[in-house]
Design a protein. Structure first.
Length: 541
């Protein structure tokens, strides 16, 4: 059997969500199957927990707006339709493009894992107060998903013996496509003596799919390259500061600037935040995460996901070996969602990433047109920001154990989560910030218009759907509209401002790794690391 033919997508058991939410001013709510003494509308009833916990908390950016909690019966048809593109022209191979290189879809996922981690709230459990969700990440851009608690933590095992370098894993040889011992997998360790192996990294979710895993790997290599750079400090604390600050610049100047309206970006950059101003925050570890961001606006990345990718010279159009990579493949080559797991079906999982699967970054990020390093002519772009999701996201393998088919659908899950937390409608937030409110005609345009109208969502719209429709209507799917841009730009500004080693704390900061420049980009980082195309150019081996 060919390498491609044996790569099936296993049923999966792991996911990530939240048990409960601690929201400032509202309290902690956790599902226990009991009866809430103060019933609330929505999906069920949840008992309030008085202990606020010591973990990071969530909050509302617009706490004075009315909570919107439509029924599950109304939301499920909308979410199901959003992820069903089977009747659109060429849904797999010819979706429309945005101008955003596809690598930012998964860089955004990496960033999400750096700023937010919650544990497991069942979507049919009940109404949830935003303040009742613990965020066990620091809500700041400090790369704790990469560094953990640092090399001095006795429980951390992903540092080299010198306590400075981070470990890098090797991929399994797959002749004739790649040389043996290719240093292009996450570091892995056996689970209970079994192989395949678990990724030994600061956040296990970064082995959820291959694209985010390769992004994490690029940051591991970035840190090690800084340590080994004679022009940079080589001690751990100083090297981490360099990496953190350049990463913050990538997020703000290269990522956020692509996602949001340029006028709103410049306004927040020059004037600061108007809406995301948590009370009494002096310590970064006290910063709360706005639920309007984490549960709605920042889930814009889900609509950017493609069904297929020009991945590398082996998995691409025109390859003499195999066709381009599917989204299923990217989930398969992971421990959290695929076959790099001891519990994969029939015990036939891979011990490490096969060495014909490392990414060719020229196909995922825009590296420019100048030699010797330049973008590939098969550069992937993200799908546009709109209300249509890739078909694969309508039936997620990691939720195959969920008996209710609708809850395997990512769009349904996003809409239900927003209702659980009682997010304000898109219209109410638009009016609050003085933005143009989308008309009923705009909200009912497109393939979901009938459902939107039938369920009354053309006058009161779930925030996540509103943000995506706003991007489609106001920006042609190329970036976020007024509400989405405001929430995303202000949140990231706050996350950077309250980060350790914040670039905003150093007026006039410029990247030491690129003298003469005012900012640092993902392309700069990849070129600096110098491992852009691990498989090389030879199409015959």
């Amino acid at each position: 059997m060919s390498d491609y033919g044996k790569y099936g997508m296993p049923p999966k058991k792991k996911g990530h969500g939240a048990k409960g939410y601690w929201i400032y001013g509202e309290g902690y709510y956790e599902q226990d199957g009991g009866v809430d003494p103060v019933p609330e509308p929505g999906y069920g009833k949840m008992p309030p927990i008085t202990d606020p916990s010591s973990q990071m908390k969530f909050c509302r950016m617009f706490p004075d707006l009315e909570k919107f909690q439509p029924t599950r019966e109304d939301l499920e048809p909308l979410g199901t339709a959003m992820a069903d593109i089977s009747e659109l022209p060429n849904p797999v191979d010819n979706p429309p493009d945005s101008a955003i290189p596809a690598g930012f879809t998964y860089f955004g996922q990496f960033v999400d894992h750096d700023i937010s981690l919650t544990d497991g709230l069942p979507l049919d459990s009940g109404t949830t107060a935003p303040g009742s969700v613990d965020n066990v990440r620091t809500a700041s851009l400090d790369l704790d998903s990469l560094y953990g608690k640092g090399p001095d933590d006795p429980e951390v095992t992903f540092y080299e013996d010198d306590g400075v370098h981070l470990k890098i894993g090797t991929a399994d040889p797959v002749p004739p496509h790649a040389a043996p011992e290719l240093p292009n997998d996450l570091p892995r360790v056996p689970v209970n003596g079994q192989v395949p192996m678990r990724a030994d990294i600061g956040d296990h979710r970064n082995d959820e799919n291959l694209a985010v895993a390769q992004t994490h790997l690029s940051l591991l290599k970035f840190h090690n390259k800084v340590v080994d750079d004679a022009s940079q400090p080589s001690d751990f604390e100083s090297a981490r500061k360099v990496v953190r600050q350049h990463y913050q610049s990538i997020v703000w100047d290269d990522f956020v600037s692509r996602l949001v309206d340029p006028a709103i970006f410049q306004k927040v950059k020059n004037e600061g935040r108007k809406w995301y101003i948590p009370d009494g925050v002096d310590d970064p570890t006290d910063l709360c995460m706005p639920v309007e961001f984490s549960v709605a606006a920042y889930r814009l990345g889900h609509t950017m996901v493609r069904n297929t990718y020009e991945w590398n010279r082996v998995f691409s159009t025109g390859s003499p070996f195999l066709p381009k990579a599917t989204l299923i493949n990217l989930f398969q080559f992971s421990e959290v969602s695929g076959n790099l797991s001891p519990s994969s079906p029939n015990g036939d999982g891979f011990p490490r990433l096969p060495a014909n699967w490392p990414v060719d970054w020229r196909r995922m990020h825009d590296l420019g047109a100048a030699d010797p390093v330049h973008s590939h002519d098969q550069l992937n772009f993200a799908r546009p920001l709109n209300t249509v999701l890739a078909a694969k996201l309508g039936d997620l393998e990691e939720f195959r154990s969920v008996p209710e088919v609708a809850l395997r659908n990512l769009a349904v899950r996003n809409l239900l989560r927003g209702a659980q937390l009682g997010l304000a409608t898109g219209q109410d937030i638009a009016a609050k910030i003085g933005a143009t409110v989308l008309s009923q005609a705009e909200l009912t345009s497109g393939p979901h218009g009938g459902i939107v109208s039938d369920k009354g969502f053309d006058t009161r719209t779930p925030l996540w759907f509103y943000v995506l429709k706003e991007a489609e209507v106001q920006q042609g799917g190329q970036r976020l509209g007024d509400v989405g841009s405001t929430i995303v730009a202000e949140t990231f500004h706050g996350l950077i401002a309250h980060s350790e080693d914040s670039i905003f704390d150093e007026p006039g900061w410029t990247p030491s790794l690129k003298p003469g420049a005012n900012s640092y980009t993902m392309a700069d980082m990849l070129i600096y690391v110098d491992d852009i195309n691990p498989l090389g150019e030879n199409p015959t081996v």
